[in-house]
Design a protein around this ligand. Sequence first.
Ligand code: F6R
Length: 584
Amino acid sequence: MCGIIGYIGPERASGILLKGLKSLEYRGYDSAGMAVIDSGRIICKKGAGKVEEINKKVDFPSIEGNIGIAHNRWATHGKVNDVNAHPHLDCSGNIAVVHNGIIENFEELKKELKGHSFKSETDSEVIAHLIEEEMKDLPFDKAFIKAISKLKGSYAVLAIEAKSNKVMAARKGSPLVVGVSSDAFFFSSDIPSFIDWTKKVIYLHDYDVVEAGKEIKIYNLKDGFVSRPIDSVEWKAEQIKKDGFEHYMLKEIVEQSDTIRRAIQQKRELVERIAKQLKEARGVFLIGCGSSYHACLTGSYLFSKVAKMHVNPVLASEFKNYKHFLKKESMIIAISQSGETADVLEAVRAAKEKQSKIISIVNRAASSLTRESHESLLMNAGPELSVLSTKTYTSQVALMAMLAYTIAGRYDEGMAKLKKLYMDIYNLTSRNMRDRLRALAKRLLNEEHIYVLGRSLQYPTALEAALKIKEVSYIHAEAFAGGELKHGPLALIKKGSPVIVFVSKDDKDIIANANEVKTRGAYVIGVSHKNYDIFDYWIKTPESEELGPILQIIPIQILAYQLAVLKGLDPDRPRNLAKSVTVK
Ligand code: F6R
């Protein structure tokens, strides 16, 4: 949902900003641009397209100057074109602004800004003009604060002014961190964009406004001047490189043998404390979006089967329909890789109003969701830079399993089972497996539809498999619970229709469903520990009962990846999508 980056320091800003733009491209890749102060003038270059394409046209590194801001766009207001790309300038061209979020009152503000001429269709441009208006009476820093205090909605904003040697920044509801080195400050939606320069970061809070020149001052619109601690991040620069893999998606799929181990490295007392609270709660809701919602759904089966406990999995965007059930004794488990997903945050805030307890399962330690939660379990998966969730999905499911076993009083057994997954995942992601799935992908490449079936724990796995295939290969993929087949979807099956069937140990019912589609001519791809005669193609996965969903999704992640690559698509940046969905 857009990435922003800013720099002030002794080095040429354009090189640092360009590198930052490339590393933030997963957040939005419709358009990009940068503005730098060069000898008292703002030089702004921008355009529609991917960073590298725009760079070829405008040559970002040719811009001189040490203070600048840049932006990757994921369009919300206004078409994808050069004019709507950020940065946006005021009428005089002396103020440049980049913004991530949505300014809900931009139309009202625009009407009040009489005499200003707006060039773009975006909500963001209004910020540059608001600052310009306030600068009639105030210096840049004070005008910025006054302008920001008029905004409604969500924002991470950076602004520069031609004659002021400073970067101004503000955040509310959209992520923004400050990187601090001995002689420079970096601003960014995400840490990887400046990790080559510094690992020291300040996590900004909502309503924080920052003035960065030679020093930094933080002012909170509600609390006045504040001091925020400087933390150190543990990520290594290598973790955010591709490590010889062609794409982040493949690297992150292969990393899963390791990330599963890291996910379950939790303090036992924390897990047991959360398990106890869950047992005592009156009404537990699991909420998330997309893949994280599929992890919630898998969690609901695990809680039922392992812990014999009923929980309610709800899409975060639908949660408002259930919030009247919430009480002080209710508990929410919010699952989110980014911890910045707008629908999840809204659901959590609604639950907090009812004083319900919030537990989150998050990858980003310093996210808005962790701050909103009473307790958090961190996935520890390291940065996930492909837009698709892969390693964080399996980490989420592993943490759900860990909680279910702990509630059942079987912590040691659960941990032993989870620890054993390492070798199985290692084998499932081997080069040999990847090559075999590439061969299968060639067979499926020109299909328009792929269907996926599963029952019980394998039903959410089927939903997740269909999501992975469709979002990265653009082949329509749809999942059904095996038992639903005869209630309608069977009508879709014709000769040659590919149907992926997830089979758990001894599930005769799903084999019956596989037979039903096979009889109608389907090409049956079985994902199972054992080969059945009805399979046209067998993807062998290790025998595992409750933890099957972690293992069985992995070959389909690889298949989806191979489909995208064979189609010449960029698996890390599927069209129209962005990594963290910070708008509703
Ligand atoms: C799919 C995918 C998305 C996310 C969803 C929630 O591959 O990545 O469906 O799972 O946008 O994001 P988080 O987990 O950050 O809340």
